[in-house]
Design a binder for this molecule. Structure first.
Ligand code: SF4
Length: 366
């Protein structure tokens, strides 16, 4: 593997699911375009957050990388090796380096197996250690994720949700992977437990040099753990940037809407919430032009007919929007909310731009 090459490189990834109609003579009635031409890199030891609403294709992307399903088209290179078309035997060996943490830890654990058996199983499958060593390794893993060695004798139902997710993390770590796909790992947990699990994942990343693809449906969860953020809408990436750049200056109207939904912890301060109109369109017949145009407050005629490409707006910051350079940014106003005077000025500038016909509907003042 070339030293400059990212650990994971995804190019033009596509997954279309055929929709069959008819019971006896089933025919293909259409395609669900779950993932459509997605490209990104993950560097060694880094975290890429993949964020978007439910059904946007982010979990499918994670599963395609792990080859839990075959892609329709595209390339997935891991450690410089193409794995999108690797035969199943080669893929089995590769899975030792690529692991997953699921959203629902209870559903992903076998209720009939003790936690010790659950953690020893992947080691046996991949030939790590021998039978005598594995109980020690299981106890060590439990301690690494903040559980007790004696928990090895327990069954999944004897743990809380947060503890079960720690077991899920220990199982992923059991085979000493390099990349872990974290598929909404904290979405099913209480808010009070979410931070603990995110902190644990960060500690483990530093300790073992792990890389993460961290899938989440909101930008609040990934703020602390991500190095880079990719925002996905209806099967496509609409914005990719370093964390600092994306949170300070989101360029795509969809990213701005997601950011505006993050509650502010300071009493008395509120973001200007951007409410998206309507539902996410069907992935079977996505809108022509920009897929976001049916919900975008800035949509213009060009957006309805011409699909925007993901292009470089600043070094390392890519966005798919025809008008990102000229759109007033309501979220910039949110960022200035600490100084009410500044905020009023920015809002006035936004209103002036709206009156001048540079944009569509304005944000609703808080
Ligand atoms: Fe909105 Fe048009 Fe930009 Fe799409 S291309 S995000 S519809 S302004």
């Amino acid at each position: 593997m070339n030293a400059d090459e990212p650990l994971l490189s995804v190019r033009g990834l596509v997954k279309h699911f055929p929709v069959k109609r008819g019971l006896v003579f089933a025919r293909t009635a259409g395609q669900v375009r779950a993932v459509d031409d997605v490209s990104f890199d993950i560097a060694r030891g880094q975290t890429l957050a993949l964020v978007g609403e439910s059904g946007c294709g982010k979990s499918t992307t994670g599963r395609l990388i792990l080859r839990l399903m075959a892609p329709t088209a595209g390339s997935v290179r891991f450690q410089g090796q193409e794995i999108a078309d690797l035969p199943e035997e080669g893929m089995r060996a590769m899975r030792r380096h690529l692991q997953i943490i699921f959203q629902d830890p209870y559903a992903s654990l076998n209720p009939r197996m003790t936690i010790g058996q659950t953690l020893a199983e992947p080691m046996a499958v991949h030939g790590i250690g021998d039978e005598r060593d594995r109980p020690d390794r299981v106890r060590e893993l439990l301690q690494v994720v903040g559980l007790l060695p004696e928990h090895a004798q327990r069954y999944p139902h004897q743990f809380s949700g947060g503890q079960r997710q720690r077991v899920g993390i220990a199982r992923a770590l059991a085979v000493r992977p390099e990349l872990i796909v974290c598929d909404e790992p904290v979405s099913a947990l209480d808010v009070s437990i979410q931070a603990q699990v995110v902190n644990l994942l960060q500690d483990l990343q530093k300790r073992f040099g792990l890389s993460y693809l961290f899938i989440a449906h909101d930008l609040a969860v990934v703020k602390h753990i991500s190095d880079r953020v990719a925002v996905m809408y209806l099967g496509q990436l609409v914005e990719v940037a370093d964390k600092g750049s994306l949170y300070a200056r989101p360029l795509h109207p969809y990213t701005q809407a997601l950011l505006s939904a993050i509650p502010r912890p300071e009493p008395g301060l509120q973001r200007q919430r951007i409410l998206l109109a309507g539902d996410v369109p069907s992935a079977m017949s996505p809108p022509d032009g920009c897929r976001f145009h049916t919900r975008c407050m800035h949509a213009q005629q060009r957006c309805r007919v011409e699909e925007p490409v993901l292009r470089e707006a600043a070094p390392g910051h890519r966005v798919a929007c025809h008008f990102y350079e000229t759109l007033p940014s309501p979220v910039e106003a949110h960022a200035a909310v600490e100084g009410r005077g500044k905020f009023a000025l920015r809002l006035a500038a936004y209103e002036a731009a709206r009156e001048a016909g540079l944009t569509g509907r304005g944000p609703t003042p808080a």
